[in-house]
Ligand binder design. Structure first.
Ligand code: ADP
Length: 920
């Protein structure tokens, strides 16, 4: 036992009468015991502890009770304990070998303990030991307590209740639970204490519990760490996080919400509902910088008071400052600066951040939020506030742009709705503020009127009524119409109709928008209608016909409304006698029934009716020709206008006339019959002539042919007399053939049997052929036959035979009716109207004016007598006319008696060209 370094002692417990340990005596100790305690073994063996160390009773630790429990229960325990009487720290292992006896094995740990204290004394953390038994209180607190909670260790020792005095009210419950062992000791606990200086201190504490043998908590040893700073950062981050969430909600809101009213209210709600900001309010301006809209969140009724102040132009301090500055205004001591602000009571614990809502150079209003005062100067707080301010301002800006765009579109729509309308805008005094481009076109004046009064150009008589209508728009804000005359600079007064409405511009000013239309035409039509009515009245009264107006009543009844003078004179009824009476009342039942039947017919048919009637009236027995004209309204005949002519005299005359008419009719029928007969006779004649001419031509050709052969003397010589006679036969035959050919041609054309065969040829060639044929005739009369063609090429598309015949007939006549030694010429040229004009002129006898038209008719000759000196049967020109017309041309003559004639005809080139081009 002596060899071991641990102290060893063997004891017996001493109980009092109530069997409670009250002392113990030493039975054995070893030498290490003597060294570790400083007691002498021989002096203490058999002695009681209270005798050896009487001070033991004053030790905070109840050694006797502690050992007693082990001696009685036999439990082995180890403790680390300071012994006050020996002033040393021991680690003691205690066990009981048999009841009432106990052994202690111990070492001196005072040196370890000192080291611990040194550590504790220098620790940044608060270190303590709190004992609950026998009396609660701190047994150790390190000096760091002074800096962490502001109280010295002594102050702790003197006030065992100090932790409960310092704990933050919100954490009191937690601390109570903790010391009652209801929360685990091994988990660190974060609690708020109030520092001696009043500030909140966050302490994270961790404790080791000590229990007695019965399991009750006897002491707590622990460390408390000041985590205030960490907590503040956490709290700040938490706050900023909430602000961010609010901003995010605002961002989502602004893309959806375009109504500014809703927008600012919801924005305020979003900013406070995440608890980022305690309160938020926004005030928006109109163009005059007057507050027009407000919204708030997080206030009770105090904001309503502010709203009223804002409406009265009374801006709070923060707002004035914010409007003046482009940085965030921080109100950290509202009680000083915001004396008059109804929000200040709310703001006393908090700081306000206020900023103007601005995008580009446009200021929309201000926004103010309240934040924990400690964050009022935080850069990140400002950054986020700036962000939300920028977002709201931007959306207000966009909304305004859109609003402006919408207004412009509406304006444009109004203007373009009807291009024939004019749109003007005026202020409430009627001075032009806008004039649509159509104003100049329709009303003759444009933008030069801007600023002038819109009534100045109105007709003096219409100004008052137009101003009245305008005033009504201003007063009632309702649409109103007006019609008036306007002095057009070129047209004089024109009638205009206008519809005006009022609207509020963005700047809050009232504008009058007026749509104007020129109704001059309508007005003229109305005037015309008025004139017609007047004219009708004049006619009604002035006409020779007797006229009356009847109103249609129910049940086939009628009532006279008015009559004209003629009616009164010719019937003998005065207007007073007639007016308001029914026909039966006026004329009696029998005549009235007849008259009513006619009126009913008109009502039934709804169209004017005519009839003759025989009536005996005050003015006498008369025959009337009456017309009834219905006046229809809403598809029913409401009135009848009657017009009666006294035809008594005419009726008598008619009888005589009827007889004459009958005769005339019979004569006309006869004449028609004769005309018909004549027409068919003409056709028969033409057919007869065509047939006979054909029959005549065949033998005549033999006569001419054979006489030609005889003249050639191939059948034997002829003497002079024979030659003369045969030559006569030939000449006469040819002459006869010419006549027959003419008859044949004409009758063919008249009976429609002749066909036209067109071909392309040069007219010049035809002229040459004519020259050849006519040469002998011309030479015989010493007539100079000239052919002049201005064109090298006179290609026509025509019936060559017919054209040749035309020219031949004209030249033949020209030579025939021209004396010897005179001149006949043929000319051709292309005339302006794209026609070829051919003229055959002579210096012959000419044609009297009264025959000019006729000579183109068949068988017409100027000298039709049997003693006439020129041959021919009067068909040549009719053939010319027919042929020319068949080619779509014209023929005519200009002539003077004794001077000569020019026969001209045209051939359309167009026709030729078209036909030519259409050839394959
Ligand atoms: P015809 O020559 O056979 O009598 P036309 O029909 O050719 O028949 O002419 C009708 C009439 O027009 C002629 O009889 C003549 O009186 C008149 N006439 C025609 N050509 C001329 C002319 N160049 N100069 C004068 N008179 C003419």
């Amino acid at each position: 036992m002596d060899r071991i370094s641990e102290g060893y002692a063997y004891h017996r417990i001493i109980l009092d009468e109530s069997e409670t340990p009250c002392d113990y005596e030493f039975l054995d100790v070893n030498s290490a015991f003597e060294e570790l305690t400083g007691l002498n073994g021989s002096e203490i063996i058999g002695k009681k502890i209270t005798e050896i160390l009487p001070d033991i009773r004053n030790d905070v630790f109840d050694w006797i009770e502690f050992y007693g429990k082990i001696a009685l229960s036999g439990e082995e325990t180890e403790i680390k304990q300071y012994s006050k009487p020996l002033d040393r720290w021991y680690r003691v292992n205690v066990y009981s070998p048999e009841k009432y006896y106990f052994v202690t094995l111990f070492t001196d740990i005072s040196k370890d303990e000192e080291r611990f204290r040194r550590l504790a004394e220098n620790s940044q953390d608060l270190i303590y030991r709190y004992e609950f038994i026998p009396t609660p209180g701190f047994v150790y607190v390190n000096p760091t307590s002074t800096s962490i909670v502001g109280y010295t260790p002594e102050e702790h020792y003197n006030n065992p209740n100090l932790p409960f005095d310092l704990i933050h009210p919100k954490d009191k419950g937690t601390l109570e639970k903790y010391v009652q062992g209801l929360l685990p000791f091994d988990k660190p606990l974060e609690l708020r204490y109030i520092h001696k200086n009043g500030q909140v201190v966050w302490i994270e504490q961790k404790s080791i519990p000590f229990y007695d043998s019965s399991g009750s908590l006897v002491a707590l040893e622990g460390i408390g760490r000041d985590i205030t700073q960490k907590k503040q950062i956490e709290e700040r981050d938490n706050h900023l996080q909430k602000v961010i969430m609010g901003i995010r909600n605002v961002n989502q809101l602004i893309v959806k919400e375009s109504n500014p009213d809703e927008l600012i209210q919801k924005a305020c709600d979003n900013l406070t509902e995440t608890l980022g900001y305690y309160t938020a309010w926004i005030a928006l301006f109109d163009e005059k910088q007057d507050v027009s809209l407000t919204a708030s969140s997080g206030f009770n009724s105090e904001f309503e008071i502010l709203t009223k102040q804002l409406e009265n132009g009374n801006h709070p301090y923060c707002m004035q400052e914010a409007l003046r500055s482009d940085v965030i205004i921080i109100i950290d001591s509202p009680l000083e600066k915001c004396i008059d602000c109804p929000l200040k009571s709310e703001s006393s614990e908090r700081a306000a951040l206020c900023c103007r809502l601005q995008h580009n150079s446009h200021i929309f209003g201000v926004i103010s939020v309240s934040v924990p005062k400690k964050y009022a100067y935080l850069e990140r707080e400002h950054d986020m506030f700036k962000e939300v301010v920028g977002d709201i301002a931007f959306v207000l800006y966009n909304r305004e742009i859109e609003e402006e765009k919408k207004q412009q579109e509406e304006h444009l729509l109004l203007m373009t709705r009807n291009m024939n309308d004019v749109v003007i805008e005026t202020d409430i005094d009627g001075n032009y503020t806008y004039i649509s481009p159509s104003h100049k076109r329709i009303l003759g004046r444009g933008d030069e009127l801007l600023g002038q009064n819109c009534f100045s150009k109105l007709h003096p008589d219409d100004q008052e009524s137009a101003k009245g209508a305008f005033q009504k728009i201003v007063e009632t804000c309702k649409e109103n119409k007006a019609e008036y005359r306007y002095l057009h600079p070129d047209k004089g007064y024109i009638w205009l109709e206008s519809i005006g409405t009022s609207y509020l511009k963005r700047n809050g000013e009232m504008s009058i928008l007026i749509n104007i239309r020129d109704i001059t035409e309508r007005k003229m039509a109305e005037d015309q209608a008025k004139n017609i009515a007047q004219e009708y009245e004049t006619v009604f009264q002035g006409t020779q016909d007797s006229m009356f107006l009847v109103q249609v009543l129910e049940n086939d009844e009628f009532q006279y409304i008015r009559t004209n003078k003629a009616h009164q004179e010719s019937t003998g009824f005065s207007l007073e006698e007639v007016r308001g009476k029914t026909p039966r009342e006026l004329l009696g039942k029998k005549k009235g029934d007849l008259v009513c039947a006619n009126y009913a017919r008109c009502v039934e048919s709804k169209v004017p009716i005519f009839y003759e009637e025989f009536l005996t009236l005050p003015a006498g027995k008369k025959v009337w020709m009456t017309t009834l004209t219905p006046i229809i309204r809403d598809n029913d005949v409401r009135y009848i206008v009657g017009s009666s002519q006294d035809i008594t005299g005419r009726k008598l005359a008619e009888k005589g006339l009827q007889k004459a008419n009958k005769k005339l009719k019979e004569t006309m029928i006869k004449a028609n019959k004769m005309a018909l007969q004549a027409r068919s006779a003409n056709k028969i004649k033409s057919e007869f002539l065509a047939n006979t001419s054909h029959e005549l031509r065949t033998p005549l050709n033999s006569v001419i042919g054979f006489s030609e052969i005889l003249l050639e003397e191939s059948m034997g010589d002829l003497n002079d007399t024979q030659k003369k006679y045969v030559s006569n036969i030939s000449k006469s035959g040819k002459h006869l053939l010419k006549i027959i050919n003419e008859i044949l041609d004409l009758s063919r054309t008249e009976s429609g049997k002749i066909e036209i065969h067109k071909e392309k040829f040069d007219l010049n060639n035809v002229f040459e052929e004519i020259r050849e044929v006519m040469a002998s005739q011309a030479i015989a009369k010493s007539i100079n036959l000239q052919i002049t063609s201005n064109e090298n090429n006179l290609t026509v598309f025509a019936d060559r035979r017919m054209i040749k015949q035309i020219i031949f007939n004209l030249v033949d006549n020209a030579i025939k009716f021209t004396p010897q030694n005179e001149k006949v010429s043929i000319t051709a040229k292309i005339s302006n109207e794209n026609k070829i004009l051919v003229s055959v002129s002579d210096t012959g006898i000419g044609i009297p004016e009264n025959k000019i038209e006729e000579i183109f008719d068949p068988f017409i000759q100027v000298d039709g007598s049997t003693k006439r000196s020129y041959g021919g049967i009067g068909l040549g020109l009719s053939i010319v006319k027919k042929y020319v017309e068949m080619h779509g041309g014209d023929v005519w003559v200009e002539s003077k008696i004794g001077e000569g004639s020019i026969f001209m005809f045209t051939l359309p080139i167009k026709q030729k060209v078209i036909c030519f081009e259409s050839l394959p």
